[in-house]
Design a protein around this ligand. Structure first.
Ligand code: SIN
Length: 267
């Protein structure tokens, strides 16, 4: 079988055909997938029903699984590196906002993989390309952002997991980060609930800039929207994309198995 990579939009995402994720991955196929992953930031594999063990075997080619502390309650007993994303009330869901995974930690995960077990009508997930969000700024704005540092705090996630206010974790990272493998620059920001401010700036100075960058990043021409089917597997690069889980399915069942891989300190 030949691997076929087909872009899904002009900005982000590609579908992959001609590979079975539950079979051992040869070095040659891993190289092809890695190249496509770095280029398209999100890879979609249809009709790949995966048990947790097979999901782990596949994604371990890219690195070491880790579970952010705030999600440890959602781990599978038998496979503690796998977290189950289950239906929760809309008002409690933390992921219905554009976000990177765990920027409130000193070393945010580099890659996330989801495997769709049960899907409702709706419940799509969207991704935006943060390389392009950076590239599409004017050189003047790009220069202005160099050296700025953003204070991330896991407010939404902590709320959804019942963590008390004083225990909400936070971290400070560069607003423009350089991808360690591609060398490209990406905007590192997030939803206003989770971004407390910019180091050394007042709220009045920082908030309009953060709001502008958030809106600019998530314009329709920078997005791939995935309509889940049971058996879909999808991986994304958490160093250059944000994502948003649409909650339009009431209390219908939605179950995705999720694995994240250890990343690097953003620089
Ligand atoms: C996540 O933010 O990792 C979850 C995405 C989803 O539920 O679609």
């Amino acid at each position: 079988m030949t691997i076929r990579i087909t872009p899904l939009t002009g900005s982000i995402g590609a579908s992959v055909e001609g590979v079975s994720l539950s079979e051992p991955l040869t070095d040659e196929r891993f190289e092809q997938l890695s190249k496509a992953f770095l280029q398209h930031c999100v890879l979609v594999f249809r009709e790949q029903p995966l048990k947790p063990a097979a999901q782990l075997d596949f994604i371990r080619h890219w690195g070491e699984p880790v579970v952010p502390a705030l999600l440890s309650k959602l781990r599978l007993d038998e496979y503690p590196e796998v977290v189950q994303i289950r239906t929760a009330p809309k008002e409690l869901i933390s992921t219905e906002a554009w976000h990177y995974d765990a920027p409130h930690t000193p070393v945010p995960p580099k890659i996330t993989m989801l495997s769709a077990q049960v899907v409702p009508v709706g419940g799509d997930t969207m991704w935006c390309n943060q390389y392009l969000a950076y590239d599409r700024l004017t050189p003047v704005m790009q220069r202005m952002l160099q050296g700025l540092r953003v204070h991330f705090r896991a407010v939404r996630l902590a709320r959804s997991q019942g963590v008390c206010e004083s225990d909400v974790p936070s971290a400070v990272h560069p607003m423009v980060r350089t991808h360690p493998e591609t060398g490209r620059k990406a905007l590192y920001i997030g939803h206003p609930d989770n971004v407390m401010g910019i180091e050394g700036m007042t709220e009045a100075e920082a908030r309009p800039l953060l709001n502008f960058l958030y809106e600019h990043s998530t314009l329709p021409d920078n997005i791939y929207r995935h309509m889940w089917r049971v058996g879909d597997a999808l991986m994304w690069d958490n160093r250059c994309t944000m994502h948003y889980a649409v909650h339009d399915y009431g209390n219908h069942e939605r179950l995705l198995n999720r694995v994240t891989l250890k990343g690097e300190v953003p620089a």
